[in-house]
Design a protein around this ligand. Sequence first.
Ligand code: OGA
Ligand code: MN
Length: 298
Amino acid sequence: MTLDIRPLHPLFAAEVHGFDFSAPPERMDMDAVRAAARRHGVLVFRNATPPTDEQHIAFSKLLGPIEQGNIIKVTGFDRRRVRYMELVDVGNIDPDGNIFPADHRRMLFRKGDRLWHADMSFMENRATYSMLVGHEIPPEGGDTEFADMRAVFDELPPEMQRLAESLTVEHSIWRSRTLAGFPEPTEEELASRPPVRHPLVNVQAGSGRKSLYIASHASHVVGWPLELGRGLLAELTRFATQPKFVYRHQWRPGDMLMWDNLSTLHRATEFEDSKYRRDMRRTTCREREIAAADGGYA
Ligand code: OGA
Ligand code: MN
């Protein structure tokens, strides 16, 4: 399987041609996929039909330990639509196949995806790659945007780079949900996912390139007055998401996008989510083997 890789943006993101998700795993050139992902940060695979859930999961397992099960409890949401625990359902379809009511807690929860974020930065065991497959795409809107956090780091003034390298940030899922207008978390929700800390700057294994590890789950800077830290994080996020750093993906049914959460940020964009169906399913790889305590919610 020889891959043909075509850049989509001056800084990052590339389209991969010649990859067959139906091939047996031993025929997949995963070294080439890994090298391309490391280099480009976001890979787009266009497929005439979406990889099946089984193919999606099998491909993801070749790239690292993958998430199994919901890692957050959303009160009142206890029935899954997709059968496999490895898949995160990020669409707007309920288990009966209808669009969720606009005021459903699960619908409000997913609105948080519209803020810039790195998947699962609120977990101690960070997410490396995410693989998102588009099964049903709304006729308008619902693009996904990505920002190249390595190019961002390279363009920061040297004194800001030095400051950033000295800082640690606290991340919490409830910080991003609050920002997105999700109601006050319940006790059971809060207990299901407490905050964690990560260095503000990530160094990419292999290349040594540095990136900012920030955005909406990032709550505050450890050891700084709350509002001062929040101000710095907001300023860095504004800098990082300038149009020159952003690739915007317009989905077609069948697309599989793979991105490196340690080198890029992403966000969903608006669409008429009470009118149009959007069926998107994600797998997520993690840095290390996943402890049992990381999962297990409906
Ligand atoms: C995700 C996500 C964005 C989108 O699946 O992690 O943020 O456009 N998705 O659905
Ligand atoms: Mn996401």
